[in-house]
Design a protein. Structure first.
Ligand code: 4NP
Length: 168
């Protein structure tokens, strides 16, 4: 498969330093584990510019690393209008960021804009990955639990559809 034919997934939160880089690292790990790194491209971004150029929050990094996910090399960036054309899936962590994405989405956009948790395999988890930034360690643990679950569901969804015609 050519690079341009890759299925491209963008995870989005507010700052791109806690939730979406966690999803970025977890999903990349799952994609590589499944041998699909030549087929699926993964990235993350934020709806706000507060932390552009910064690495992920230390608490998010250490929580992820405790389960084997490395994210120290990621850097925060803001969603661009090109992202709506480049990516196939743009997945928001909560309703507020989903709403911002829909407002900024250009008419020619081709991306499927959705909540990440709509791909969860655990029906009890809720549909939002809550912002852990102003809270304690339990919030970061919860983010990782939810992201691991929903990313696995997303991988199964993409894997089951990757050989289907576009209309299916
Ligand atoms: P994130 O968390 O959206 O998961 O990266 C936040 C990071 C920073 C802020 C809020 C949420 N902030 O207000 O600076």
């Amino acid at each position: 498969m050519e690079k341009d034919e890759k299925i491209k997934v963008l995870f989005v939160c507010l700052g791109n330093i806690c939730r979406s880089p966690t999803a970025d690292a977890v999903f990349k790990y799952q994609v590589i584990n499944a041998g699909l790194e030549n087929i699926i491209l993964v990235d993350s971004a934020g709806t706000h510019a507060y932390h552009i150029g910064k690495p992920p929050d230390k608490r998010a990094q250490s929580t992820a690393l405790s389960r084997g996910y490395k994210m120290h090399d990621l850097r925060a960036r803001k969603v661009t209008s090109d992202d709506f054309i480049t990516f196939d899936y743009i997945l928001a962590m909560d309703h507020e960021n989903l709403s911002i994405l829909k407002q900024r989405c250009p008419a020619k956009a081709t991306a499927r804009i959705d909540l990440l948790m709509n791909y969860s395999r655990n029906n009890n988890a809720g549909d939002e990955v809550a912002d852990p930034y102003f809270g304690g360690q339990d919030g970061f643990d919860m983010v990782l639990d939810m992201v691991e679950d929903a990313c696995q569901g997303l991988l199964e969804h993409i894997n089951s559809r990757k050989n289907s015609p576009p209309s299916s």
